[in-house]
Design a protein around this ligand. Sequence first.
Ligand code: BTN
Length: 145
Amino acid sequence: MGNRSFLLVLTMALLRLSTASARKCELQGLWRNQLGSNMTLSALDATGGFTGSYHTAVAATNKQILVSPLKGVQQHPSAKGQVTFGFTVQWQFADSITVFVGQCFVDHRGKETLETTWLLREEVPSRKDSWKATRIGTNVFTRLK
Ligand code: BTN
């Protein structure tokens, strides 16, 4: 390979790298996690707030699963990078509530992933049962739309 071709290849590789690192991870859209649960997230408001709906594929109760609303906030609303966020799902078919915290990552091909950790608090009849009332887990979401 001559000097010119080498420089051309190098320039193109550097250009690709800088474009990839400038890619923004956006929360708005339709997402699915590894359990098969789907959620839709709205655009951010001026303060970084967003709303959405969550259709869980699994539940701790035997009740019929209903699509449930969520409310969240993104840290640094105008950030260009791999932002952090949190949201709460108010289940419409159970007495429990779930909070998620996470970060949006975008790889060199532009593929976005939401890496999250959740806490689910179920309602228990008395304080003596409080020790068993909280579950914790992780969910990884990828974009459907
Ligand atoms: C309940 O069973 O109390 C309400 C539904 C909880 C669904 C949980 S939330 C964390 C995990 N991720 C999901 O997509 N579903 C389960």
